[in-house]
Design a protein around this ligand. Structure first.
Ligand code: ACO
Length: 428
């Protein structure tokens, strides 16, 4: 293949280098386009064809349904690793040795106390506030309690900031839930692992010893791993672009949480459960909702179906579907919602509209069902997604800063009015 691409505008030919990734993805490097062409830019709303960076963290191939973190397949990681190992891998590039993992775990536990004054902020929120709004605000608030900015040229300072947020974030996640439920805001224990502590902080009650259910712990570990990174999606791009202004790590993460909240992104898992519940209450007629999803005059979309990049299947959905069956079986839960979900899936997989548009169930189609079986309220689903995505956001922020990427600042094609003279108010 040639190593340049040519662009002809008005008989002028411009040549741009091709950039080749390690998985043979090809990009046209148009960094010089505007300069050499006298102001021409590319236009790509939604960035469907635009690479914003070169990254060595996550590889995904939407056509073949491949997802790998730092070269390791999501299937193997979900089966063999735990969430903290995956976090280390994503952020620092290699699977940790036993010693590295023990140190990472111990360093995180050392920072796992949140300033008690944060509780006053939580108290000020109404009980019915959406947990994602609360989590985003609390993450922002952490900046006030940890004001020093990170010197990114110091690996040590970078490590300290990373450990701090990995330690405190699950506490905020748990407190967000506990506040809603009117339960005491508690802490984990140094004797427990990262994911076990998440469960303990969320579910322990003051009147009995909390026993970790290994089935639930394993399922949560898996869910968090599956959500841990997904290259340049909406929230990750937000984290990178906010961080590119040299805003701090916590500020960038808080912006990422807000981006994740939307129902077309992380909010989809909540939307899926609400949709399934609505179908159940309406008599469970999946065909009726299939028809609504296909009707172009109806804004209804089948939540949990379709993906910007996976156009054959979402490999995470495959893993999670099996996990959902296992968890429900092991816990002895019979959930009518799961029957509706399976019905919708079967119909969609055999429906011309969905097949033609390559709309398959995505990871969130099943994650909500597992969260529900674990006893996590629907409004907390996206918060759980944020907890899983935290290492990915951190890894991407770190990579962006270490690569010394320039501030993110897209251009536009202006389509507004041309110059017109100001009209005095009495003449309008
Ligand atoms: N139900 C019905 N039709 C759909 C759906 C759906 N869930 N998703 C896409 N379509 C249709 C569109 O109407 C469009 O049809 P047309 O070509 O006749 O106009 C076609 O499929 C392409 O859809 P786009 O919106 O252009 O696809 P895009 O790649 O931009 O969007 C998205 C992907 C946002 C995920 C979309 O499929 C969607 O809204 N899905 C439901 C929400 C969801 O599950 N989001 C979670 C994503 S995964 C995550 O964030 C972890």
């Amino acid at each position: 293949m040639a190593d340049t691409a040519k662009l002809v505008i008005d008989q002028n030919t411009y040549e741009f280098p091709l950039v080749k990734g390690t998985e043979n993805e090809i990009g046209i490097d148009i960094k010089t386009l505007r300069g050499v062409s006298g102001g021409v830019i590319t236009l790509d709303p939604g960035f469907k064809n635009t690479g914003s960076c070169e990254s060595a963290i996550t590889f995904l191939n939407g056509e073949e349904g491949i997802l790998r973190y730092r070269g390791y397949s999501i299937e193997e990681l979900a089966e063999k690793a735990d969430f903290l190992e995956v976090a280390f891998l994503l952020i620092f590039g290699e699977l940790p040795t036993k010693e590295q993992l023990e140190k990472f775990d111990a360093d995180i536990k050392e920072k796992a106390i949140v300033d008690e004054d944060v509780k006053k902020i939580i108290d000020a929120f109404p009980k019915n506030a959406h947990p994602m709004g609360v989590l985003s605000s609390l993450t922002s608030a952490l900046i006030a309690f940890n004001p020093s900015s990170v010197n990114v040229d110091s690996e040590q300072e970078m490590y300290r900031a990373i450990v701090k947020i990995l330690a405190k974030f699950p506490v905020l996640v748990a407190w967000t839930l506990r506040k809603k439920q009117g339960l005491p805001l508690n802490y984990g224990s140094k004797s427990l692992g990262y994911v076990e502590n998440v469960l303990r902080m969320m579910f322990a009650t003051p009147d009995e010893d909390y026993k970790i259910n290994p089935i639930i712990k394993d399922a949560l570990d898996k869910l968090l791993i599956l959500h841990a990174d997904h290259e340049q999606n909406c929230s990750t791009s937000t984290v990178r672009i906010v961080g590119s202004s040299h805003a701090g790590l916590f500020a960038s993460l808080s912006a990422g949480i807000s981006a994740l909240w939307g129902p077309l992104h992380g909010g989809a898992n909540q939307a899926v459960l609400e949709m399934l519940e609505a179908i159940r209450q309406d008599g469970g007629d999946t065909k009726k909702y299939m028809a609504k999803a296909k009707d172009k005059n109806d804004p209804f979309r089948l939540m949990g179906f379709g993906h910007r990049v996976y156009k054959n299947f979402d490999p995470r959905a495959k893993i999670i579907k099996v996990a959902a069956d296992q968890v429900l079986n092991d816990l002895g839960i019979e959930d009518p919602i799961l029957t509706i979900a399976k019905g919708l899936e079967q119909e969609a997989l055999n429906d011309e509209y969905f097949v033609k548009r390559k709309l398959y169930p995505n990871v969130d189609f099943y994650s909500g069902i597992i969260y529900r079986a674990m006893g996590i309220p629907v409004e907390m689903f996206t918060v759980m997604f944020a907890l899983g995505r935290l290492p990915g956001w951190i890894a991407q922020w770190r990579e962006m800063r270490l690569n010394k990427e320039p501030i993110g600042r897209p251009r536009q094609i202006y389509i507004g009015k041309n110059y017109r003279p100001f009209v005095e108010i009495n003449k309008r």
